[in-house]
Ligand binder design. Structure first.
Ligand code: ARG
Length: 491
């Protein structure tokens, strides 16, 4: 086949000329899908092995293909081979390179396969690997937050609603709140992994094949849990990519909410925390500045991830079934989402390591804002007053303390302006640490509840680590590592 593209196109028969180089440049994806090379080689190994087992391709050619693919994979893994060339995409690159290695037998690899089912298979393997990588990073940050929280069960600070001081909480409780947000992200990633675990191989271009293939065997070799039930959907579906990007986006938004608190807490207005010098930037103009730029960027990356997600959704909107080239636009958002989330988690862990909390400042912040007024009302309600009435009386006490410029617990219960229900015992209970410790309902900041929460968090983290440990690489990959791709029995 003669072609302006150096003879790399996969079609020739129907075309009199090669592809216009600028159109190739515009439509090509090798510059960004090269990172799928391992995944595509592994999926190709499974496909080739299935072609051998079903005798669709004869032993000699099939073994040449398996050996050739294995050779490429090990060179890629060793780093002695890099993906470059005039090829349109990674699938074309692999086919050309294989052909250079083993000759015409390479032409049989594409039997009963199209790049349409091929690309989805590679993407699915990528998502599975990437979710595990991200989960590992997240587990490490979760562990960090957990051990910080353990040290601060009795460090009291204001909890906020509407960014106004609201009620006392412990620093442990606050850190654990972020723990649970990220823990949910980790669970979501595992769901994403599970949903990506479907093999599209065998759907071919869109309508399956006349060859007597065994798609369930291909799926088994790849360690994928299910096989597509509809060949059109198999090649049209990118929901697993959307879900992966969404999971990354939400994770980064969660990191950003914590990062925003670092920005606030390290300001002189709050003064609750200080970052290690190695984690903050100075100003080129103002010598006194110490800017929490990593935290700001962690917050800013959320915008980027929302862009990845909405961009991807926009590609899918109104796209007719089944495969369309628009789907090639799924890759950059996916890669960017995982890359950014991974980098964000690593940066977040460094910040979590190098942040020093000013416990005294936090504690002092409880001495204004009457953050224990609810406790006053609660105690009156426990004594039998309707809560609404208790709320009103507590409000009177707040007004009284405000006028006198004192704390609730400093009020004299005998002054005529205070209602008789508000006695010394009630006022004493408004001391912030006593009040915080008194909030004993499940999941509250009272130390015994936080101890329980720490146990639940540790159990969950243990579960995450066990799940990660239970993930094994695909059977075909294990066979490749063991040099057993040609073995009669391969399971
Ligand atoms: N590079 C393509 C993609 O990423 C591979 C599938 C191409 N299929 C095709 N018929 N042009 O989606």
């Amino acid at each position: 086949m003669s072609s302006d593209t150096g003879g790399t196109a996969l079609w020739g028969g129907r075309f009199a000329t090669g592809l216009d180089p600028e159109i190739l440049e515009f439509t090509g994806s090798l510059s960004f899908d090269a990172r799928l090379v391992r995944h595509d080689l592994i999926a190709s190994l499974a496909h080739a092995r299935m072609l051998l087992e079903t005798q669709i391709v004869g032993r000699e050619d099939a073994e040449a293909i398996l050996d050739g693919l294995a050779g490429l994979l090990s060179e890629i893994e060793e780093g002695s081979l890099t993906v470059t060339g005039p090829d349109e995409d990674i699938h074309t690159w692999i086919e050309r390179t294989l052909h250079e290695r083993i000759g015409p037998a390479a032409g049989r690899l594409h039997t009963a396969r199209s790049r349409n089912d091929q690309v989805s298979a590679a993407m699915r393997l990528y998502v599975i690997e990437a979710t595990d990588g991200l989960t590992e990073l997240a587990a490490s940050l979760l562990g960090r937050w957990h051990s910080k929280a353990k040290q601060h069960v009795d460090s009291w600070m204001p909890g906020y609603t509407h960014l106004q001081r609201a009620q006392p909480v412990s620093l442990a409780h606050h850190l654990l709140a972020h723990f649970w947000a990220l823990e949910a992200d980790v669970r979501r990633l595992q769901t994403v992994r599970e949903r990506a675990s479907v093999s599209p191989l065998g759907a071919a271009a869109l309508a399956g094949t006349r060859h007597p293939i065994d798609p369930h065997r291909t799926a088994e070799l790849l360690g994928l849990r299910r096989v597509y039930a509809n060949s059109l959907f198999a090649v049209a579906d990118r929901d697993f990519v959307v879900e992966a990007v969404f999971a990354c986006a939400l994770l980064v938004l969660h990191l950003g909410r914590w990062a925003e608190e670092i920005v606030l807490w390290t300001s002189s207005e709050f003064g609750f925390a200080e970052l290690a010098d190695s984690l903050a930037q100075g100003s080129s103009l103002m010598p006194q500045k110490k800017n929490p730029e990593a935290a700001e960027l962690l917050r800013g990356k959320g915008g980027r991830l929302i862009g990845d997600l909405t961009g991807l959704l926009a590609v899918l909107k109104g796209l007719p079934f089944s495969y369309n080239s628009d789907l090639q636009e799924d890759k950059e958002p996916l890669f960017d989402a995982f890359d950014t989330a991974g980098a964000g988690l690593s940066a977040a862990e460094r910040l979590a390591n190098g942040i020093r909390f000013d416990i005294a400042r936090m504690r002092a912040a409880l001495d204004s804002g009457f953050v224990t007024a609810t406790d006053l009302a609660d105690i009156l309600a426990q004594r039998g007053l309707p809560f609404r009435e208790a709320h009103r009386l507590a409000g009177l006490a707040v007004r009284e303390a405000e006028e006198r410029g004192c704390q609730l617990w400093e009020l004299d219960p005998d002054v005529a302006t205070l209602p008789p229900e508000i006695d010394a015992e009630v006022l004493g209970a408004t001391r912030p640490d006593r009040a915080g410790g008194g909030r004993v309902s499940f999941g509250s900041p009272a130390p015994e509840q936080v101890e329980r929460q720490l146990e639940l968090a540790a159990e969950s983290l243990e579960g995450v680590r066990e799940t990660l440990g239970s993930h094994v690489s695909p059977p075909i990959y294990r066979a490749y590592r063991a040099g057993g791709l040609r073995n009669e029995e391969l399971s």
